[in-house]
Design a protein around this ligand. Structure first.
Ligand code: FES
Length: 164
């Protein structure tokens, strides 16, 4: 083998290796970020130490979503009720009837859905309209005064709370 042929093989080998590394980076990132099936990620919602007691507050947060090797930040919102004892209730903002976003009405002290008129108490119980079940709560935890939630969606229009 000539010296030129040897160097040509070295350069081709090095370039092939570099291309292989570049191509495999998304796959490696996907494997590193993969969670076991069924495990939901915790998303930090924010500090709740200054929230009023027993009064629902809408809180927004960014949630990292990973599909294939695409990562994106998605804006979500939840209803948070801070209780006097230190616990909180976290409601999904999605109406269990057909999926609209409902609102808290401080004048009536109820959650009300504008789409078909479902009405819920501050505890999420249905007191009017077609909603087939109470408001859906979300798994949550509090660490150092900050609220974290596991975002999940449930099937709408049925009496059972079934995760999608
Ligand atoms: S979607 Fe809320 S009442 Fe129908």
């Amino acid at each position: 083998m000539t010296r030129r042929g040897f160097f040509r093989k070295v350069v081709i080998g090095a370039l092939s290796g570099a291309v292989g590394i570049i191509v495999s980076i998304p796959v490696i990132r996907l494997v590193i970020n993969a969670r076991p099936p069924g495990r939901l990620a915790w998303s930090r919602v924010g500090d709740i130490t200054s929230l009023p007691h027993e009064s629902p507050v809408a809180m927004n947060f960014e949630m990292r979503s990973a599909q294939a090797y695409m990562h994106q930040l998605i804006l979500r919102d939840v209803w948070v009720i801070r209780h006097a004892g230190g616990n909180v209730t976290v409601f999904s903002p999605i109406c269990p009837h057909l999926g609209c976003h409902y609102k808290w009405d401080p004048a009536t002290g109820h959650f009300e859905c504008p789409c078909h008129g479902s009405v819920f108490t501050v505890n999420g119980k249905v007191i009017g309209g077609p909603a087939p079940r109470p408001l859906d709560t979300l798994p949550h935890k509090i660490e150092n005064g900050a609220l974290y939630v596991q975002w999940e969606r449930f099937r709408v229009g049925i009496p059972q709370k079934v995760r999608i």
